[in-house]
Design a protein around this ligand. Structure first.
Ligand code: HEC
Length: 173
């Protein structure tokens, strides 16, 4: 008899202790990210868009970090072709969709490359490397000149060849 009443007294005490521990430690869903982990994913761009690059500088970045997957001068293989294909969209021939023939905005290339490339080490490019390698791809596509500099001011002004090639699709009612 005395044993069972001891258990009755101990049980509420145990429940109270665990409730307090829960409140203090949280729901145990994970842990706070370390500053290093945040820095590795933090690719926010400030309003100053700091950085710049030329096709020449980008050629070196490309040779070191892109050519293995995108081929010499963006010719493709084993992965996507980045250069050429102009005039292959809209006709009877198979369309060759590249940055030069298909992408309507240069800013998207910068964002995509900076966020996703090189595929095996994404988000590793410095701002200058990203600007430069984009400049190189644009120059290979004949969109900018060899001595042009790409930075926050010039990039949005680049007019991509397929800028007006998209139409708004309105389904018939
Ligand atoms: C390990 C292989 C690899 C490396 C290295 C690599 N890429 Fe890529 N890249 C890919 C693959 C695969 C895709 C297609 C991804 C998809 O469609 O989801 C791609 C897609 C792209 C595209 C979009 C092409 C399109 O028209 O859709 C661009 C631009 C690009 N890469 C640029 C670069 C640049 C610049 C570098 C170097 C800084 C680089 N890539 C390095 C594999 C790679």
């Amino acid at each position: 008899m005395s044993t069972s009443s001891a258990i009755l007294i101990a049980a509420p005490g145990f429940a109270l202790t665990s409730a307090v521990a829960f409140a203090a430690e949280g729901p145990n869903l994970g842990r706070a990210a370390t500053p290093e982990e945040i820095a590795a994913s933090d690719i926010s761009i400030g309003p100053d868009g700091v950085g710049s690059g030329t096709p020449k500088q980008g050629e070196a970045v490309y040779a070191a970090k892109c050519v293995a997957c995108h081929g010499e001068k963006g010719a493709g293989k084993p992965n996507d072709q980045l250069v050429g294909g102009r005039g292959t969209l809209g006709g009877d021939q198979a369309p060759v969709k590249t940055v030069g023939s298909f992408w309507p905005y240069a800013t998207t290339i910068f964002d995509y490359v900076r966020r996703a490339m090189p595929l095996n080490e994404s988000k590793s490019l410095t701002n200058d490397e990203a600007y430069a390698v984009v400049a190189y791809i644009l120059q290979l596509n004949g969109v900018i000149g060899e001595s042009d500099t790409i930075d926050a001011q010039t990039l949005p002004k680049v007019r991509m060849p397929n800028r007006d090639g998209f139409v708004t699709f309105t389904p018939e009612k």
